[in-house]
Design a protein around this ligand. Structure first.
Ligand code: A3P
Length: 310
């Protein structure tokens, strides 16, 4: 969204000044390993949820039985081994551009990503075409998530405004909408970002798993089973899927102390701002009919012919 941040075009994608240096550093200096797992997404597509799910799948103990999730309670013992209890999802899945390759954070400790395995978990918002060669050519896996662009835009607008001090009026909605429609948004253009990963997931389904937020909402257990199998850590049974879905629910995560207070040091946004409504179709409360039609038409034109609907 122009107007709040300076935004720069680099090889076809837009980056705000706070991100650009890190993005370039990822490409020039990050070396992926075969076991790495990378959660990739455009901002506000539900990637915090996917980070929580990936961490829950990968950091669970091998001897976790499947039966523990049946009750739906949030008992002390049942979640004693839950890494999300004391870690924001962003901390469990460090950002390549904001943390790992960001010079400003060079002296920070790398979060302990997956101490019980050789797997490292990372996240990125970088477009597929701009990822370093080692991510593309190594055996590492990418989990990509996307979402209805109308909900992405609305979510983004609310998120950006959490940084506006209370005395300031919110960033003008219409201006932000036009900017998003023109492809000018952080890590955008949104549709091109989605298409790059979509095409790659078709070419290499064993390397790129393409998820949709709406599918996760509709069938969370089924999607989590798919995710776990893709990551090579299939779930033992439905109970295990149920436990992970419950642990990662927005209702639970937004109420955990670790996610309620404080600021995410890597993005400088409040930790709580990553958990808002978590529903499908909030755009109906914010977009006019004309706006809805305009963005739907852009989506149709851009994605038509690629076998993708979002
Ligand atoms: P809303 O603003 O529409 O509520 P990202 O994580 O990529 O920044 O995306 C943020 C969006 O995902 C926000 O959407 C947020 O509420 C939603 N979200 C975060 N955690 C979630 C969860 N566990 N389940 C469902 N949605 C979640």
């Amino acid at each position: 969204m122009v107007g709040i941040f300076d935004i720069y075009l680099w090889e076809g994608f837009w980056y705000i000044d706070a991100h650009l240096e890190g993005v370039m550093a990822v490409r020039s200096s990050f070396t992926a390993l075969n076991n790495d797992i990378i959660v990739a997404a455009s901002p506000k597509t539900g990637s915090t949820w996917v980070k929580a799910l990936v961490a829950s799948v990968m950091l669970r103990h091998d001897n976790d039985g499947g039966g523990g999730g049946g009750g739906g309670g949030d008992g002390e013992d049942e979640d004693a081994d839950d890494p999300l209890r004391y870690n924001h999802p962003n901390d469990l899945v460090p950002s390549l551009e904001l943390q790992v390759c960001n010079k400003k954070n060079a002296n920070s400790d790398m979060p302990n990503t997956a101490s019980n395995t050789t797997t490292r978990l990372f996240r990125t918002n970088i477009a597929y075409s701009q990822l370093p060669e080692s991510i593309k050519s190594s055996g590492c896996k990418i989990v990509y998530v996307t979402r209805d662009p109308k909900d992405v835009f609305v979510s983004m607008w609310h998120f950006i405004n959490t940084k506006r001090s209370s005395e300031k009026a919110p960033f003008p909605f219409d201006e932000a909408f036009e900017s998003f429609c023109n492809g000018v948004s952080a890590f955008g253009p949104f549709h091109e970002h989605v298409l790059d990963y979509w095409n790659e997931s078709l070419k290499s389904p064993q390397k790129v798993l393409f998820l949709k937020y709406e599918d996760l909402k509709r069938n969370p257990r089924g999607e989590v089973k798919k995710l776990a199998s893709f990551l090579g850590r299939p779930l033992a049974d439905d109970g295990e899927a149920k436990k992970i879905v419950r642990r990662c629910s927005i209702e639970r995560l937004k109420n955990l102390e670790v996610n309620r207070d404080g600021v995410d040091p890597w993005s400088d946004f409040p930790k709580s701002s990553y958990f808002r409504l978590g529903i499908v179709g909030d755009w109906k409360n914010e977009l006019s009919t004309e706006m809805k039609d305009k963005l739907d038409e852009i989506t149709r034109v851009k994605l038509e012919g690629f076998g993708l609907s979002i």
